[in-house]
Design a protein around this ligand. Structure first.
Ligand code: GLC
Ligand code: CA
Length: 564
């Protein structure tokens, strides 16, 4: 693959609302990000993705935008964002904004105008259809539950379409005027000096029109919009246009959220001349999901995790440079998800720290761009839930109801939500052991994980072998002049993929070979070596016995070594 400036970078997602609150109103803000830029530099990351900070009623935490050109005053001002871009540049960091253009907010002026005059030009910015009071245009179920259609405010004889929440009306991409408005807005932002965008829910912009029913996948008679969406064809026309009009002229970097496209279409989306620079690899996040709701999801095992990663690595080899994650703002915490619950229950705190490092390291050195999510570098964990009232996010309600409807007790339904809730990732960043984890001097908008008194940055900074310092070492190693060729640009070959609960791979380039290996279980195991070790580059502190032709790895031991 042709080299791109971003191939050697390490990216970091900031969820501003929960990162750092500089003015004490309980909501994280841009001043808070500015105040912590030195921290991000100390960690070593150099691409920053900001989850949405545009004006928004926050029905879906900012993914419902009411003004694409304005910063929500709760997050700060345009001047502060400009300062962030400038301060980032001084530190060699690029800033990505979240590009949310499948839908806007029902409080956006376009939607207000559409409601005022559905037959006028703004009516055509949305999908608005006639309604007889009984028959909806199609039986698709929105992502957060209920039909994709709601009555257009003020017009009982019309409905509008929404893939997500009813406060997130979908924009009509079939309308060239709407598309030009979006490209204009993108150029306006790129002119401010952004490095690019993280691109939200982009696969949804093309619908399988005309509206029609699909076979129901639940008793409600509806069919999940996500599965319907896979039937849409011709999205390429929109994405090629977007790239030509608004991205290529700026050489902008884009990391896109795209679910459910088959591996053979990856080159089209993220190949050499793809629509986007890279796509997130969601294969291990999607593992075990069903259309019936969280209560039917199966939990992933280390073997499944390994298979998911390697399958995606194979699908992108020589074709694309994937973006690798173990968590983001829509997913539970990686350590709570990928380290089996039974193992976690049996572990000492020191073993758990090792396991967190193993997971971080195995994911980090996969071929591609590592994307860390705030708090991952501390090993932040899922939050305990005691009652359904504690669930904040819009996605939880329908899943709680579905679990109850399927016969689960309230306690069981709560446990299901506790496992999968997006709230797990959205609790405030744990800076120190002072009240509210040092996130705010006020009342935090969302409760802090009570484990902050022992799990926080201040404590981890002081502890030389903490998860935080381990992440710094991962980043430093990938940047090391001697290893950047092999670790950023090298190929990846799974090593002994059939050996149970061993996840290992070889990175190769320019005559160097680096072995990355982790014993993803509590029991020790031995691993044969393909060549003698020349130099151990990194371990997670787990005991390792070295012989000429093999190593003995204690439970959750992790090793990065250069081979002869
Ligand atoms: C993406 C975002 C998610 C949001 C949804 C609708 O999946 O990551 O947080 O709810 O799009 O915008
Ligand atoms: Ca604030």
């Amino acid at each position: 693959m042709e080299r791109k400036w971003w191939h050697e970078k390490v990216a970091y997602q900031i969820y501003p609302k929960s990162f750092y609150d500089a003015n004490g109103d309980g909501i994280g803000d841009l001043q808070g990000v500015l105040a912590r830029l030195d921290y991000l530099q100390e960690l070593g990351v150099d691409i920053l993705w900001l989850s949405p900070i545009y004006c928004s009623p926050l029905a879906d935490q900012g993914y419902d935008i009411s003004d694409y050109y304005g910063i929500d005053p709760r997050f700060g001002t345009m001047e502060e964002l400009e300062a962030l871009i400038a301060e980032g540049r001084k530190r060699g960091m690029g800033v990505l904004m979240d590009l949310v253009v499948n839908h806007c907010s029902d409080e956006h002026e376009w939607f207000r105008k559409a409601c005022a005059d559905p037959d006028g030009p703004y009516g055509n910015f949305f999908y608005i259809e006639p309604y007889d009071g009984t028959h909806l245009p199609c039986n698709w179920r929105s992502t957060f539950g209920g039909p994709c259609w709601d009555v257009l405010p003020g017009h009982p004889d019309r409905v509008y379409f929404h893939t997500f929440h009813r406060k997130q009306p979908d924009l009509n991409w079939e309308n060239p005027q709407l598309r030009q408005e979006i490209y204009k807005m993108m150029r306006w932002w790129l002119d401010k000096g952004l490095a690019g965008f993280r691109v939200d829910a982009i696969i949804n912009i093309r619908k399988p029109l005309p509206w029609r029913d699909f076979p129901a996948d639940r008793e409600d008679g509806l069919c999940s919009v996500a599965s319907v969406q896979t039937q849409a064809t011709g999205i390429g026309a929109f994405l090629r246009e977007m790239k030509a009009e608004a991205l290529r002229p700026y050489n902008a970097f884009t990391a896109a959220e795209v679910f459910g496209i088959p591996p053979e279409r990856l080159p089209e989306f993220e190949g050499e001349d793809g629509y986007f620079s890279t796509l997130f690899d969601f294969s291990s996040e999607l593992f075990g999901q069903t259309a019936e709701g969280w209560h039917t999801y199966t939990r992933i095992t280390p073997e499944d995790y390994k298979r998911c990663c390697f399958a995606h690595q194979a699908a992108t080899a020589g074709v694309a440079f994937p973006a690798n994650i173990i968590e983001n703002h829509d997913e539970p915490r990686g350590v709570s998800r990928y380290i089996p619950a039974a193992d976690r229950a049996a572990m000492s705190p020191a073993q758990y720290e090792r396991a967190k490092k193993l997971l971080g390291g195995l994911s980090f050195f996969l071929r591609g761009l590592p994307f860390l999510y705030q708090g991952q570098e501390l090993g932040m964990e899922n939050v305990p839930f005691h009652s359904i009232a504690e669930l904040n996010d819009v996605s939880a309600a329908q899943n709680y109801a579905l679990a109850l409807a399927a016969g689960r007790s309230e306690e069981e339904a709560l446990a299901v939500c506790a496992l999968w809730s997006r709230d797990n990732a959205r609790t405030p960043f744990q800076w120190d052991a002072s009240p509210n984890a040092g996130f705010t001097t006020g009342t935090p908008w969302m409760r802090v994980n009570p484990n902050y008194t022992r799990l926080n940055l201040a404590q981890e900074r002081a502890q030389a072998d903490s998860v935080f310092h381990f992440y710094r070492k991962l980043i430093a190693l990938r940047r090391d002049a001697a290893y950047v060729e092999v670790l950023a640009h090298g190929s990846l070959t799974p090593y002994l993929p059939e050996q149970g609960n061993l996840m290992a791979y070889l990175r190769r380039n320019g005559g160097r070979t680096v072995l990355v290996a982790g014993n993803f279980q509590l029991e020790p195991q031995e691993m044969a070596l393909p060549a003698p070790i020349r130099q151990v580059l990194l371990t997670n502190g787990g005991a390792i016995a070295f012989w000429e032709d093999r190593v003995g790895l204690e439970g959750y031991a992790f090793l990065v070594a250069e081979l002869a």
